[in-house]
Design a protein around this ligand. Sequence first.
Ligand code: ATP
Ligand code: MG
Length: 706
Amino acid sequence: METEDIIAEELQNVEAEIQGVQDQIKILLDQQERLYERQSELQALLEASKDSSYPVNGPSNAEENWSGIFEWDSRANDVRFNLFGISTYRANQREIINAVMSGRDVLVIMAAGGGKSLCYQLPAILRDGVALVVSPLLSLIQDQVMGLSALGIPAHMLTSTTNKEEEKSIYKSLEKGEGDLKILYVTPEKISKSKRFMSKLEKCHNAGRLSLISIDEAHCCSQWGHDFRPDYKSLGILKTQFPKVPVIALTATATQKVQSDLMEMLHIPRCVKFVSTVNRPNLFYMVREKSSVGKVVVDEIAEFIHHSYSDHESGIVYCFSRKECEQVAKELREKGISAHHYHADMDANARENVHKRWSNGKLQVIVGTVAFGMGINKPDVRFVIHHSLSKSMETYYQESGRAGRDGLPSQCLLYFRPGDVPRQSSMVFYENSGLQNLYDIVRYCQSKRQCRRSSFFRHFAEPLQDCNGMCDNCAFSNEVKELDVSRHAKVIISLLQDVQENDQRLTVLQLVDKIKIKHKELGSELNREEIEKLVIQLILDRFLKEEFQHTAYATNAYVTIGPLAKQVLQGKRSIKLEMTSGQKKVAGMRSVKHSRASSTLELKLDELRKELSSVHGGIFPHSVLSTQQISLISAQKPNSMELLENIIGKVKTEKYGSRILEQVTKYADSAQPDEVKEEEENENRASKRLKSKKQLILVESSDDES
Ligand SMILES: Nc1ncnc2c1ncn2[C@@H]1O[C@H](COP(=O)(O)OP(=O)(O)OP(=O)(O)O)[C@@H](O)[C@H]1O
Ligand SMILES: [Mg+2]
């Protein structure tokens, strides 16, 4: 049937064309979405720049002064210091507490480790009745309840692990006000699925005993956030049912889109908004060139940890795949580092066990995939190393941000090689703006000049702040040359054109191989890594583009001619490649010694907090004493309960004071164990900055604001 064949063939062609058009529409819609988002971010940035004081308090509340004097000031100060052992408020904490205490709904955007918990825990204690806290993860809830209980604060949780008896007593407290319930943690499923719980909560409210509602990790409401949880969508019911109870929603995620989504979904359109800076001044950001030989990368990571963190300080290494996690953890162990992998293929018990050992300081490094995420509450993570790049700036900000939540100097190191880009792009290309987001972080990695911090400010549409030399590009003064590679780019594009005309496709690596074989003259001017880097740069600038093809086993990423290729072929655009002189490479390859060595007293206090934590019901060591408190005790060497109380507050002094003073008396005069060794070290500029930063932070936090 010849005619039928012809028609069928044409039909096939038309269908292929339709598919092509649909693909293009999808790309354009993604682009439009991204532009809208950027537009609103830029509008917000413009507003914020007009108003010279950033962080901003919500626009509708400009006239309200949340830092003034309030009737609860002295009670709040007492609870802050004597109960929580916190000597000064951090930025925005006091204002947020005052807004909640005034009965307002509040939205808090504050960086990881900024101290969001205190913003609802303190009002929960000051206000009469029970505070409800919704939190997405069991592990987060357990950590919080354990920490609060250790301070003697009546906190409980209702989750899948709560036994019947406990549940009964909690319900009784809600219904009749019996017992000692002050803060109740629940997962979102309790609100969306348990009618019984909601009816008890209603009774508690009707009796005037529901003091406030806190939604932690509130970005889980939004599909645009990175940890969307369907059950968070129904939390709007809380405001509808209990309109007069203040709602405080807290998140570390800053995009405008997520913010407006949250306000809408939680029904808090007139909330007071507190947006703190995304800046994490205590984090030192750096990117290193990643060798194509796996063993070399792990050797470097091990050397970095041995050199900078010989006191067993905690860290995280993020890897791309589960297999890679296991391999890297194994190789680190072989190099004498206590490391264990963590990924979604492990059963829940094994994962929890690894997490616990790490939180208790028994394991130094967790080597994880992105599955090691939101539940990480450990404040003293000193380093986060990315063995492979993250899929976006946002993800990298979150992951690296798990370092230094206690405000002390910490390092974020990312290993980058252009060959890792197609691995990621074939995973993210089908996501909303997935490729654009990936290309943003690739730009971050490829740049040898631009301040790393400034990329975060730009990404989160925030005015620039000084980096204070706390990234590799600002700290190391290296010569960056710009090489004109327009000729090389032309050759690459022409070669690809020929390949495409012959209906063939090439991956990035195949393309580089071909260039090395067919154009030896280019190979003698640029080495393999530089050609790879150039190809990636051409993709970022849309002279080339990536295309994807599914096979039965994987999605392959190919590189093809991009929409702007003609401009290079016609010589209308010149292409420059940033290159560093050898000096930078050498400086960058060396480890940065992170901070001064701990004194004997500090080490002894660290041992003591580990011991006390295990005898006090398995709470975490940092719940006994924070690293900052250890540094303060070691600097001030208090010799009486009264003096110790001035540093760590009443509750902790009563609980642990005599044991702490024992150590102070015993080790107050001991010399620094590493004093001599350290002086001999030829520290580079960056380490000096980190050192002075530590002192600066301690002075700041020992000043009592009140
Ligand atoms: N004013 C303060 N002074 C000193 N330490 C503080 C202060 N406020 C909070 N902290 C400490 O900082 C650490 C991080 O606090 P918190 O867990 O509340 O952070 P967070 O903002 O909720 O971060 P994340 O987004 O990661 O959940 C904790 O160890 C906490 O005790
Ligand atoms: Mg938190």
